[in-house]
Structures are given as structure tokens and as C-alpha cells.
Design a protein around this ligand. Structure first.
Ligand SMILES: CC(C)(COP(=O)(O)OP(=O)(O)OC[C@H]1O[C@@H](n2cnc3c(N)ncnc32)[C@H](O)[C@@H]1OP(=O)(O)O)[C@@H](O)C(=O)NCCC(=O)NCCS
Length: 374
């Protein structure tokens, strides 16, 4: 009974050398480095390489790695058709999830079920590339637009944002988008990573682990919070703007509603270091769009009220929601982009799980009846 912790709060589920949230030091440790320093000084592909390989790449290694990430020659034409076949009402996360399942079929059974590090690495890198293609094109195709293929003359982040918006981004926009991807890349043991490891622990394949992880990350208590946070900021704007922001939040709190983008199981009463790092970029992008400055004002008021009333601070989804909006990224893509960046972390965790596997199989605290007679 004393072992029972609802939501497994505080329970150590596995050992890992991928990452660790050091709450006391306010540091997200990624393979020994501080994530914020990495986001500040390194690119997303460099950090993805680090997350998966445990070391930073040299020039040759990063060039080869980025080439694979931008190569769509292994992305079958029929995968675009799968997106076309998804009903128009499909949520993008579901269309991408379906695409991942479909792509698993291109491996022979023995290759798919090979859980060796070499095989997981090869399939995993392909998955990072494929999920980016599926993400950008799920939105395009479900909105009747033609797919955009990767352009290997661009960097991974420039290519990704171009595939999404169909526009040429400025250097500043690419830089900020890349930092967002890096901030999302890996975060110890969130629900989706746990889901991937649980699935991997049956010696099921990396595609199956990804499908479970994306279903988990879709939920509004996890990755879905960035979309919900943006809808709230827009709702406040449409109902009167920054002047009513304080009352709006108070109303929701009085109704026992949650404010999305705030709170975190591990940080809870502290500022998420990623949110702290990213918030300063909002001012740089706010002039990008007509209502940018007003949304920034609303953003700051909501943050103040949450600190004042609940002692709760933004998690990374809060600034990223507004940054994505200022980058003119359609809201239904916010959670899919989060998943696309997290694929690097997932590859590392599936490799680690398969390299040192023990089946996850916990017990329960039974609260049902006993001794019933037929
Ligand atoms: C992330 C989250 C699910 C963690 O929840 P948890 O560890 O299970 O904590 P609980 O749900 O038990 O919340 C603890 C307390 O904080 C409050 N709380 C937590 N997050 C809150 C939020 N975003 N808005 C309002 N109240 C919140 C709860 O109401 C609860 O208060 P109570 O003790 O008075 O009932 C939670 O903070 C949340 O729902 N946040 C909003 C969704 C979000 O942004 N998710 C992205 C996470 S990266």
C-alpha cells in the first residue's frame, strides 16, 4: 500500500543516461550538458545527434546526419496518399500516427523486429526525418494543398518551417524555430517517453513505440497544452484583450478550470528553464503580426495572475504557443511539431530500453469486490 503513488508521482521507473531534470539546480541535463546552453549555442540536428549518440558531432558527422534528416528518397510516395485518405476531420496527430504505422510496413518483419542498437539507430534516424515530412504535409494535404518535399540545400529547421508555412522565413525566424525544436527535444520521463519505453520493453518495434508515444503526447495535459494555451490567449483577445485578462483568469480559476501551459509534475512551483529561456524571444517576434504586441501583453498578465493566485509558473508550452503563433504556424500543428522534435529523445530511449531491457509489468492496489458467487 505504501508503494502506491497515484500517477506514479516521484517513482523512479528506470535508470537512464539520456537526460535528467535537476529541479534543485534548475537544470535539464542532456547527456551531461545543460539543455538551455545547448539551445543557445547548438542547432537542433547537433543536439539530436548528441541525444542519440551520447556525444556532440564533429563537422563531418553533423553534415552526414543532417543529410539523412533532409533525404526524402526513402519516404514512399504512397505515404502522401495515406494522408490524403485520412478523413478531412482528422486531427493531425492522428494522421501522423497513421502515417507512422503505415511506414512500419516498408520493413521486412525481421528488420522491423530487430531491436539491436544498429537497427534501432538506422530506423530511428529515418523516423525523425519521416515524422517531420508527415507533420508538415499532414496539415497541407488535409487542407487540400500539395505536399512540399524537403529541400536538402536548406538546414533542417529552415526546411521544416518552410514545408509548414510554404513561405521563406527570415534568418531570425529560423533561429528561433530551431531553438524551440531544441527545447522540446528531450525531457527525461514524460508520459510519452514512458509509453514508448513500456512498449519497447515487450521487445516490440520502434515504430510501435512511436505510435504509442504520439497518442500519449496528443493529450492536453501533455503536448496538447501548447494549442490549448494559444486558444486561451486568442479567446482573451477576442473578449476584450489585456484589460480583461486578469478577470478572465480569475473566472477560470474560480470555476476550478486549469490554465494550460502552467504547472508541471516535476517543476510545479518553479519556472520551467525552457520557458524562462524562450520567453525573451516573444518581444523579438511580436512586431511580426498585427495583434502581436497585444497578445504579448495578455501573455504577461496571465503569467502574473497565475504566479499571484496559484504560485504556478509557465511550462515550456506557454511561450512556445505564442512564438509559434508569431511565426504564423497554424495552431493544429503546434502539438505535432512538439512530437516531431521529441522523436530524437524517443529514439535514444527506445535504444536504451532495448539495450538493457526488463519488461514493465507493475501491480495494482485492488479496490474491487471479492468472493462473489455465481
Ligand atoms: C502538468 C499537470 C498535468 C501536472 O499535474 P499534476 O502533477 O498531476 O498535479 P495536479 O493536477 O495534482 O495539480 C496540483 C494542484 O495544482 C493545481 N494546478 C496544477 N496545474 C494547474 C493549472 N495549469 N491551472 C490551474 N491549476 C493548476 C491543481 O488544480 C491542484 O490544485 P489543488 O491541490 O488545489 O487541487 C498540471 O500542472 C496541468 O494540468 N497543467 C496544465 C496542462 C499543461 O500545461 N500541460 C503541459 C505540461 S508540460
Amino acid at each position: 500500500m505504501e508503494d502506491f503513488k497515484p500517477g506514479l508521482e516521484g517513482i523512479i521507473a528506470t535508470d537512464t543516461n539520456v537526460s535528467y531534470l535537476d529541479v534543485d539546480q534548475e537544470e535539464i541535463v542532456i547527456r551531461g550538458y545543460d539543455l538551455i546552453e545547448l539551445a543557445d549555442k547548438k542547432t537542433f540536428p547537433e543536439v539530436a545527434y548528441l541525444v542519440i549518440n551520447g556525444k556532440l558531432p564533429n563537422n563531418k558527422e553533423i553534415q552526414e546526419f543532417e543529410k539523412v534528416l533532409l533525404d526524402d528518397s526513402a519516404f514512399p510516395e504512397d505515404a502522401y496518399k495515406v494522408l490524403e485518405l485520412c478523413p478531412d476531420s482528422s486531427m493531425l496527430m492522428d494522421a501522423i500516427r497513421t502515417g507512422i504505422s503505415f511506414l512500419a510496413g516498408y520493413h521486412s518483419e525481421s528488420d522491423l523486429m530487430d531491436t539491436s542498437e544498429k537497427s534501432n539507430f538506422t530506423k530511428g534516424i529515418r523516423l525523425i526525418a519521416d515524422v517531420a515530412i508527415l507533420t508538415a504535409n499532414s496539415h497541407r494535404i488535409l487542407n487540400g494543398l500539395k505536399p512540399v518535399r524537403p529541400d536538402s540545400s536548406k538546414s533542417f529547421s529552415e526546411n521544416f518551417i518552410t514545408m509548414i508555412t510554404g513561405k521563406t522565413p527570415s534568418d531570425k525566424e529560423v533561429e528561433i524555430f530551431d531553438k524551440i525544436l531544441t527545447c522540446y527535444i528531450e525531457h527525461e520521463m514524460p508520459n510519452s517517453t514512458f509509453a514508448a519505453r513500456i512498449i519497447g520493453s515487450t521487445l516490440s518495434d520502434i515504430y510501435g513505440a512511436f505510435v504509442g508515444a504520439i497518442a500519449s503526447l496528443k493529450g492536453p495535459l501533455h503536448g496538447g497544452a501548447n494549442e490549448a494555451a494559444m486558444h486561451m490567449l486568442l479567446d482573451i483577445k477576442s473578449k476584450g484583450g489585456h484589460k480583461i485578462a486578469d478577470d478572465y483568469v480569475m473566472n477560470r480559476l474560480n470555476n476550478k478550470e486549469r490554465i494550460m501551459g502552467f504547472g508541471h509534475r516535476v517543476y510545479m512551483k518553479k519556472y520551467d528553464p525552457r520557458a524562462f529561456f524562450l520567453k525573451d524571444y516573444i518581444a523579438e517576434l511580436a512586431p511580426n503580426i498585427t495583434d502581436g504586441e497585444e497578445l504579448h501583453k495578455i501573455y504577461k498578465i496571465v503569467e502574473e495572475v497565475m504566479a499571484r493566485e496559484k504560485g504556478l509558473y509557465p511550462n515550456t508550452d506557454y511561450p512556445i504557443a505564442l512564438l509559434f503563433y508569431l511565426l504564423e504556424i497554424p495552431i493544429p500543428l503546434y502539438t505535432p511539431i512538439f512530437f516531431a522534435s521529441r522523436t530524437a529523445g524517443l529514439v535514444a530511449h527506445v535504444i536504451e530500453q532495448h539495450n538493457n531491457n526488463r519488461l514493465f509489468r507493475p501491480r495494482v492496489l485492488y479496490t474491487g469486490p471479492r468472493g462473489l458467487k455465481l
